[in-house]
Design a protein around this ligand. Structure first.
Ligand code: 1GP
Length: 256
């Protein structure tokens, strides 16, 4: 029997209006003890995905952390790499990011060429993702490290056209990211504009640190919300985020 792919699950959930929660695990901010705490919480408060990655990655913990998670949890681990050096075949899949908000060819195609044979040789499920960095008040590590200018926060039209172009190029997911620890999250107006512009699932992250901000992103049209920083600061926030996503899905009365 063919197993349902990660992408098919995301597309079905989108078709049914179901929302998902992704917890971002940054190897620079995590050790086995804090990881275990997150896993423990995720058993009582459902999480749909663990995204693994960071904009810098200053240590070599990622591989052992993925092994640790895979030995203790059924939640799919998706690589969220900032560089081709950060690939790891132990994960379930990879958000293969094309940084379409920027104009740096290395992050539009260069890193992908380097990664291609490694990905081909792995069993990682590939999720081609249009990655859009959005200005959210201060320069983030992601925009500095990628050498790209983020999309202006108050220009939903540019975001919509960028997403539209990404979808026309065949990208399967769109990720609107204010960057880790953003001062304020991507605006509802921008999420709505992108929602109207494309049919593919939309991931939104960066600066979601209250239930209100999570609700606003989901109401505006995010299919997946990503939370990292706030869960690192206060792990119990995972339970709150899980509750917000479940309450959105409860009214739909479908399970995908
Ligand atoms: C960053 O979207 C993620 O790339 C999550 O951001 O750490 O601010 O939650 P936070």
């Amino acid at each position: 029997m063919r197993l349902t792919s990660l992408y098919e699950v995301l597309a079905k959930r989108r078709a049914h209006g179901q929302k998902s929660l992704a917890v971002l695990l940054d190897p620079d901010h995590l050790d086995e003890a804090s990881c275990e705490q997150v896993l423990e919480l995720s058993r009582a408060h459902p999480v749909d995905y663990f995204f693994m990655g960071g904009s810098l990655v200053m240590n070599t913990r990622q591989a052992s952390l993925i092994r640790f998670i895979k030995s203790r949890s059924e939640v799919p681990v998706l690589l969220f790499p900032s560089h081709s050096l950060h690939l790891d075949p132990q994960a379930d899949g990879i958000l293969l990011l094309s940084l379409i908000s920027g104009r740096n060819p290395d992050f539009l195609i260069g890193q992908h060429v380097i990664s291609a044979p490694l990905l081909r040789a792995s069993n990682l499920q590939i999720l081609p993702t249009g990655y859009m960095l959005v200005d959210t008040g201060r320069q983030t590590t992601a925009s500095y490290m990628s050498g790209t200018t983020p999309l202006p926060h108050d220009k939903p039209g540019i975001a919509a056209c960028t997403a539209m172009a990404g979808e026309q190029l065949g990208l399967r997911l769109m990720y609107l990211d204010g960057g880790s620890g953003a001062m304020y999250p991507v605006s509802a107006a921008m999420i709505k504009a992108v929602r109207q512009a494309v049919d593919i699932p939309i991931i939104v992250g960066g600066g979601i640190n209250t239930t209100e901000k999570a609700q606003a992103a989901l109401t505006a049209g995010a299919d997946v919300i990503v939370v990292g920083n706030q869960i690192e600061k206060a792990p119990a926030f995972l339970a709150e985020m899980s509750k917000v996503v479940r309450s959105f899905n409860a009214v739909l009365n479908v399970t995908v």
